[in-house]
Design a protein around this ligand. Structure first.
Ligand code: SF4
Ligand code: SF4
Length: 104
């Protein structure tokens, strides 16, 4: 799929209402460093506990969009974004992916 897939940069995958972008410890370290923040500050200000309480996740805006999505559909932390973001939709999709991503 990777060879054929052409992202339309619509940002829909970063605007999923109730979407969850979990962050691992390693991702917290790299994103905090990229933003010039301490890890504790990043966790406090930029993350929330996931609903299942098993991990942290990136904070979302009230409309469901990721806090790092810019007005022109770019990712403000693109060089260090979570693996889940980097690998969608090449390495994983779920049943909802096809209704979210117009390029699939
Ligand atoms: S971190 Fe970037 S790529 Fe991932 S959901 Fe947020 S804006 Fe989208
Ligand atoms: S929803 Fe699909 S086409 Fe739109 S930005 Fe995400 S991966 Fe690209």
């Amino acid at each position: 799929m990777k060879g054929d897939f052409q992202c339309r940069r619509c940002g829909a995958c970063c605007r999923i209402k109730d979407g969850i972008v979990r962050v691992s410890d390693a991702e917290v370290v790299r994103i905090a460093a990229f933003l010039g923040m301490g890890e504790a500050e990043f966790i406090e200000r930029e993350t929330e506990l996931a609903p299942d309480r098993k991990s942290l996740m990136l904070r979302s805006r009230p409309d469901g969009s990721c806090a790092y999505l810019t007005a022109d559909n770019l990712c403000r932390i693109n060089p260090v974004k979570p693996d889940k973001c980097s690998t969608f939709p090449f390495e994983w999709t779920n049943p909802d992916s096809y209704s979210v991503c117009p390029a699939l």
